[in-house]
Design a protein around this ligand. Structure first.
Ligand code: CTP
Length: 395
């Protein structure tokens, strides 16, 4: 592919020459652009040497040589990778400013724009920065990272905002060039935990973060699907383009899913639904009484089993968390709940526990056939699940 790598002004610009090299090693043709702020961190010469060509910067842009360089470059490119992407670069692009080389390239007709953010946690999480990210996602821009890890500033605690390593960026690129193969399809996703209240201030729940379900929703949107996300309480920001319904209890989740099930093509049930709820929910906060207390619990409805008889054309995918006899139990669940396949994972394994960015799943069919996948990001797993669901839908 023809790629423009553009650096904005952050410490991680030091990694831009390595990224250029890795992309070239992977067979891409690379040209380079940089804002003036980037030159506080990396010299034009380092970038030019890495790319083996002139750097497109403010000076070359305004050279009186009769060329509209940003347009020429945009026509040549298959994609623009902004790495590192600062909060400022995101803001300029979200406003279509065109007063620096990156924001100008962003509105010059490049088919694919990919942001690789790197910034302080507080900046990345700021609602205005997130608003800009969502604005750019809404018009189809892609994001790689940031991830959690050590940040540049001395003494700064590790947190979200660290840029992906150049090798990770190169590895993730192919997944961003997915076709719109889910266009016209409706993907229904459940995510997060449920809360089963004992009284107005106490509930039974579990540590599900919602990350797998939100990654599922993002992946389906990127492939052109209409997405309905039914989510239990989660700290994550739902993708703007999804139709998101927030619920709390298993009963609420069932009702919400019933509302969209008939029109969906694919249901992916990642939610960690609580299995029990209080038989009697107190309307007032209950004081503690004595040294022991017995809770009377009743089963929550099994959502998948309830939807099973309503099924017409839908492909149904579930998740199974097991600590023992995984494939056997998962196959049994898939068969009882009427699933096309179930994604088995082991929450007690290192790197795949609740709340992580990665997962490792084994795809299990009701007949016991199984395929163990490597550990990878939840977003990459989401694409594989969608590939498999779509293949079944089309068979
Ligand atoms: N699930 C559901 N309704 C429930 C509980 C779970 O639809 N009340 C779904 C989950 O979203 C998941 C699948 O069923 O996709 C398997 O969840 P899991 O908790 O492993 O299954 P259970 O049937 O609750 O099995 P176990 O007895 O092992 O808890």
């Amino acid at each position: 592919m023809n790629l423009i790598v553009a650096a904005s002004g952050g410490v991680a610009a030091l990694k831009t020459p390595t990224l250029i090299r890795r992309l070239e090693e992977a067979g891409h043709k690379v040209r380079v652009a940089a804002t003036e702020a980037a030159f506080h961190f990396i010299t034009p010469l380092s970038l030019a040497v890495a790319a083996g060509s002139e750097v497109f910067d403010q000076a070359s842009w305004f050279k009186a040589d009769g060329q509209a360089k940003h347009i020429d470059l945009a026509r040549w490119a298959d994609a623009l990778i902004v790495s590192p992407a600062t909060a400022d670069a995101l803001a300029s692009a979200a406003q279509a400013r065109a007063d620096d080389v990156i924001s100008a390239l962003c509105i010059s007709g490049i088919p694919k724009i990919i942001w690789v953010p790197a910034m302080n946690t507080a900046m990345w999480q700021h609602p205005l920065v997130q608003k800009n990210v969502e604005t750019l996602k809404t018009i189809g821009h892609a994001f790689l990272g940031p991830v959690s890890g050590n940040l540049a500033a001395k003494g700064e605690a590790a947190g979200i905002g660290r840029m992906l390593e150049p090798e990770e960026i190169v590895a993730a690129l192919p997944s961003l060039f997915k076709s719109q193969d889910l266009s016209g399809k409706h993907v229904l996703v459940s995510a997060g935990p449920t809360r089963e209240y004992l009284d107005p201030v106490r509930f039974i729940s579990n540590p599900s973060s919602g990350k797998m379900g939100y990654a599922m929703a993002e992946a389906a949107l990127a492939r052109g699907a209409k997405v309905t996300l039914i989510t239990g309480p989660s700290a994550l920001t739902p993708p703007v383009s999804a139709n998101t319904q927030k619920v709390e209890t298993a009963l609420d989740m069932l009702e919400a899913l019933k509302g969209s099930f008939a029109s969906c093509d694919i249901l992916v049930m990642t939610a960690a639904v609580a299995d029990w709820r209080a038989k009697h929910v107190a309307t007032e906060k209950q004081p503690k009484m004595g040294e022991e207390q017995t809770l009377e619990l009743i089963r929550t409805p099994d959502i998948l089993s309830t939807l099973k008889p309503l099924r017409s054309k839908q492909i149904m995918v579930g998740f199974a968390m097991e600590t023992d006899k995984g494939v056997e139990r998962a196959a049994d669940k898939a068969s009882r709940k009427g699933l096309d396949f179930i994604c088995l994972n082991y929450p007690t394994q290192e790197g795949t526990s609740f709340g992580g960015d990665d997962n490792q799943i084994t795809v299990v069919k009701p007949n016991g056939d199984s395929e163990k996948l490597a550990r990878m990001s939840k977003r990459a797993i989401a694409d594989i699940i969608l590939d498999k669901a779509l293949a079944l839908k089309q068979s």
